[in-house]
Design a protein around this ligand. Sequence first.
Ligand SMILES: Cc1ncc(COP(=O)(O)O)c(C=O)c1O
Length: 426
Amino acid sequence: MDFERPDRALCRAELEKYRLEFEKYKEQNLQLNLARGNPSKAQLDLSMKMLDIVNSHSVLDSEDGIDCRNYGGLDGLFEAKAFMAELLGVHPNKVMVFGNSSLQIMFQAINFAMVDGVSGCEPMMFQKDRKWLCPVPGYDRHFNITMKFGFELIPVPMTDEGPDMDVVRSYVEKDPSVKGIWCVPKYSNPGGVVYSQRVCEEFAALEPAAHDFRIFWDNAYCVHGLYPDHEDTIPDIVGLCEKAGHPDLVYEFCSTSKISFPGAGISAVATSVHNQKGFKSFLQYATIGPNKINQLRQVRFFKNLANVKKHMAKHADIMRPKFELVESILEKELGGTGMAEWTKPRGGYFISLNTLPGCAKRVVALAKEAGVTFTNAGATYPYGIDPQDSNIRLAPSFATPEQIEPATEILCTCIRLATYEKLLEK
Ligand SMILES: Cc1ncc(COP(=O)(O)O)c(C=O)c1O
């Protein structure tokens, strides 16, 4: 159909047809959810043996003799640092290991910048008109942290090899009020983008106008490929920054949340020794040390990266068919119609779908009416405002295939309805 000059009679007829279909779905009183980026029960079951690793008969000393039952060890056990360093492909002396949530550590890293200031700069809470770059579509919880701390959030367009680096450079190198950027370099949330070597090198080569500018490199999906035989790799950003003469430019984050148990994994930060010193001098006020028994549990279960990869291949075997199911229904129902386009990610937890401009909110509201919950339209943009009102994040991991099938079919019906409604407004 020509969306510029739509055939109104045809639109009305199609609207009527899909409205009947929609009413039939509603009669089924379904309760389906493709909003949560949680691992499914089957994925959680893969790590159950971890719970048997540490018990009252275990040696609870770390490799260097620390009694892990007690306080202390602010930045984690030696063996946990070595393990997380291998996961991130960085040197262990760059790594600190903390509690269950990497998101909480990102929050604390910004808290540190606000209260103490970074590298001798004025604490950010006293600096007016602070800005933070947010590649879009992106992760709402990232955006919310920087919104909470009062940064102005600046959207930066994504390309298929990472954020648009001309835009990034024009802000970072010219405007000293720009203090940071959120990045999810591998299987970005929600676009599934893997940053290219060029983009990573250009990040490392940035010459920020602000001395306290930092890249927040959230490598949350570092081992989360859906196709383990075709593994994607990205370079070690900490090493790249060091080589480029900017050792303090980046904090890299990750956790074992979606490798073992969300809420009961361990998190890590890789950064220069100088940055570590500053951050720890702040964090010591918040905690006497992380849960080291859980660090032991995680390291003794996984042991090394090779085992993590084997484990993640089992996750992939559970996740891949769900992603492919969504993609095949979208293709069958909407392929070639021009009503939507969507990503086919090679890893991560999300499919990013774009409707025609002005339709996403309506689609999500219609789906809700028919009993299917999606992430709020707009959530992938700063302040929850998608200027095009077109992006919807689909999260197929938690639901079963039996739930994903009707949920995606209903989504397609809702996209048709919203599209025809929009065309008839013209
Ligand atoms: C990009 C990204 N970072 C961080 C997190 C949360 O990480 P954690 O469980 O370590 O706090 C998520 C969870 O969905 C995520 O998508």
